[in-house]
Structure formats: C-alpha cells, structure tokens
Design a protein around this ligand. Structure first.
Ligand SMILES: C[S@@+](CC[C@H](N)C(=O)[O-])C[C@H]1O[C@@H](n2cnc3c(N)ncnc32)[C@H](O)[C@@H]1O
Length: 218
C-alpha cells in the first residue's frame, strides 16, 4: 500500500491536512531537539521529509522504513544530503545494536505498524541511556464538538479530496479507519511506560487531532 502512494505522498499530505502537516513537523523537530553530532533514528521515515527537517541541525539521521517504494523516492530526493542514510527496516525487528541512538522518533508511522507495542520495545532497546523518544501521531481530540467535526471530515470530506489528489485513493480509506481505531493519548502514554520509558508526557497539537508524545530512557 505504501509503495503505491509514495510518488504523491507529500503533496497529498499537505492537501489533506490543510497545510497543518508542515506545522506538525516543525513541532516534532523541536521536541526531538536534534544536536550536531547526534545519531537519530527516524522510523517509518517514508520519503524522508521528517528526516530532512531533523538533519538540518547537523545531526546524523538514519531514515528507516519497510516500504521499498518510499525508500526509493526518499533516496532520490535526498541524495545530496550526507546527514541522511536510508535503511530498509521493519520497526518491530530493527537491524541496530542496543543503545545506538541519542533519539528515536516516528511521525505518523506507529499507527501503521501491525504490532506497535513490539515496535516500542525495539525503540527502547536501540535508545541510548539518557536518550529520548518522540512520537507524532494522529490522536483523539478531547473536546466532543471538535471530535465529531473531525470524524465527519475523515469519513465524508477526506475520501472525496483524496480521489482528486492521490495515485491510490483506496489506500487512504485505510487512513480514516486506522485513526478511528488508534488509542487515546493516555493509553499510548501507558504503552511508552510499559516499554520502559520514564518522564513520559504528551501535548496536543491542533486541538488534539495530532499528539506529540515523549519519553526518556533512564
Ligand atoms: C504515513 S507514512 C509517514 C512517513 C513520514 N514519517 C512522514 O511523517 O511523512 C507511514 C510510513 O510507515 C511505514 N511503515 C509502516 N509499517 C512499518 C513497519 N512495520 N516498519 C517500518 N516502516 C513502516 C510505511 O512504509 C510508511 O512509509
């Protein structure tokens, strides 16, 4: 599915999020707070848009994704960037050593992983002691009026827009369904604690349509 949407993935994102995608990315990059010389793992990196924002700091970013199509678009687009390495990898079986990364991050990817708790265990394993995890993901708006309007948008407006913008509109039917099925902010925070992270916290973006979760490996 991800191979098929890779070509127009970023354009479709900008359209469906009504421009908010770039704001969410800025907030995520600030939360990761990458520093020159650090080694950062961006999992489910897709075409590398999230990785490029992180690499601007001078940190070295490993952009991992299991879709060959996404990796192909990302590698071609960021070939000039010596601070990004693309690696084909599954989030639930990472091909990295224990304690390898100063920060591990995933944007709009954890919801797509079939076994998200297993992925969180892997994130914890490869995070250095003292290192951090940052997860940016669609979430549940706490205000019921916002929540109802948002789910009406997902169910009735987005499918029509997608038919105009994406190379594979059917793949986006999955987007609305997966957002509706995704756990709330407190539940995901609990999963992070169960994986071993401490100082777990989250903040809502755009009224909770997206949430930014963080944790630290002691
Ligand atoms: C919605 S895209 C997000 C891409 C990018 N992080 C961004 O913010 O634009 C989700 C990505 O998750 C990847 N993905 C899904 N399951 C995965 C898994 N188990 N391991 C690695 N990548 C996975 C897909 O291939 C896809 O590129």
């Amino acid at each position: 599915m991800f191979d098929e949407v890779a070509a127009h993935y970023d354009r479709t994102n900008a359209l469906l999020s009504v421009g908010n995608a770039s704001l969410w990315r800025v907030a995520t990059t600030q939360a990761v707070n990458p520093q020159a010389g650090e080694r950062i793992l961006d999992i489910a990196a897709g075409t590398g848009t999230s990785s490029a924002a992180l690499a601007r700091s001078g940190a070295h970013v490993v952009a991992a994704d299991f879709s060959a199509g996404m990796i192909a678009v990302g590698t071609a687009r960021h070939a000039h960037n010596a601070n990004i390495d693309f690696v084909q990898a599954d989030a639930t079986a990472l091909p990295f050593k224990d304690n390898e990364f100063d920060a591990v991050t995933i944007s709009f990817g954890l919801r797509n992983v079939v076994e998200p708790k297993k992925a969180l265990d892997e994130f914890y394993r490869v995070t250095k002691p003292g290192g951090r995890v940052v997860i940016c993901e669609f979430s549940t708006p706490p205000l019921s009026l916002v929540r109802r309007s948002y789910f009406a948008y997902l169910n009735h407006v987005m499918p029509r827009v997608v038919r105009l913008a994406s190379s594979n509109a059917e793949a986006y039917d999955y987007l609305g369904e997966s957002i509706a099925a995704w756990p709330t902010q407190p539940v995901l925070s609990g999963w992070l604690r169960s994986a071993g992270y401490s100082a777990v916290a989250y903040r809502n973006l755009t009224l909770g349509i997206v949430a930014l979760h963080r944790g630290t490996k002691s």
